[in-house]
Design a protein around this ligand. Structure first.
Ligand SMILES: C[S@@+](CC[C@H](N)C(=O)[O-])C[C@H]1O[C@@H](n2cnc3c(N)ncnc32)[C@H](O)[C@@H]1O
Length: 263
């Protein structure tokens, strides 16, 4: 099987992800991503103004989100999954989109991150002829690369710490619950995204930014009407997730930022 180098057939990707994650299609409130987090971790997160609310896109939902009418994964080089959970999306994106040079997943919960780390290392072990680990600090960061130099990177940390690099993103998956006191910080964060960057969110970013009386920086995708449904672990028949393009004024020093390379 030629992994990564050619476009994978979806059933091949399904086989690989199943061999790594076991059950990929998990529904309800007792998925691996739910069960690994203990109450203490949730309480600690709350103190740090974070919400570890969990749920996953199902493979079908992820593929629909990245299709041409939505986030257009075929026309992207750099993708972020902010709040990646146990890493299913980042692995599937890496496998199924050979045009994507770098996919980066960030997760605040150390127990979810640990699972993601385990799965990414399992992927490399199983396909060691095609993949190698380029950087690894247990519980903190893993970077892997394929034979073409395409990269997958997972980080245990706060999504807001990605501010300096978010200007590089062509696509941002942002299916995260953010506490109200952080809304201004969130606006400033998305303001750094480049014009045309496609964003998927669980929150209605436009409503949220409008109530802050801030200049509009996101425009909803034409296709993303109320009946545009995405399959998720909490709604396998599909629920409405928001999809946007970054619009409006861009930050002044974008030209400088364009010089930033993903390291
Ligand atoms: C609803 S899950 C989304 C999982 C996956 N991205 C998906 O779409 O299938 C949200 C994740 O964001 C994480 N999270 C919440 N606040 C965060 C923050 N400030 N930084 C990084 N991750 C965060 C949670 O722990 C949780 O795993």
């Amino acid at each position: 099987m030629t992994l990564i180098l050619k476009q994978l057939k979806l059933d091949t990707s399904d086989k690989i992800t199943k061999s790594v994650f076991g059950n990929v299609v998990e529904t309800g409130t007792e998925t691996k991503g739910h069960l690994c987090v203990k109450q203490k971790e949730e309480e600690d997160a709350e103190i740090k103004q974070a919400n570890l609310l969990y749920g996953e896109l199902l493979p079908q939902g992820l593929r629909r989100s990245l299709d041409k009418k939505h986030l257009n994964g075929k026309n992207a080089k750099i993708v972020f999954d902010l709040g990646m959970g146990i890493g299913k999306n980042v692995v599937m994106i890496f496998l199924e989109h050979p045009n994507i040079a770098c996919v980066i997943g960030i997760e605040l919960s150390s127990s979810r991150y640990k699972l993601a780390e385990e799965y990414v290392h399992k992927l490399v072990d199983k396909y060691s002829k095609h993949l190698r680990i380029t950087e690894y600090k247990s519980g903190k960061i893993t970077k892997i690369s394929d034979l073409c130099g395409r990269r997958l990177e997972i980080i245990c940390g706060n999504l807001f710490d990605e501010l300096p690099r978010i200007c590089l993103a062509d696509i941002i998956l942002f299916n995260v619950e953010i506490p109200v006191p952080l809304y201004t910080k969130l606006y400033d964060f998305f303001k750094e995204a480049k014009k045309g960057c496609r964003i998927m969110s669980y929150l209605n970013l436009k409503n949220l930014f409008d109530t802050m009386k801030q200049e509009s920086i996101v425009e909803q995708l034409e296709v993303n009407k109320e009946d545009d449904l995405i399959q998720t672990s909490w709604s396998s028949e599909g629920c409405h997730m928001f999809m946007w393009t970054r619009c409006g004024a861009i930050i002044k020093d974008t030209k400088i930022k364009e010089g930033i390379k993903y390291k």
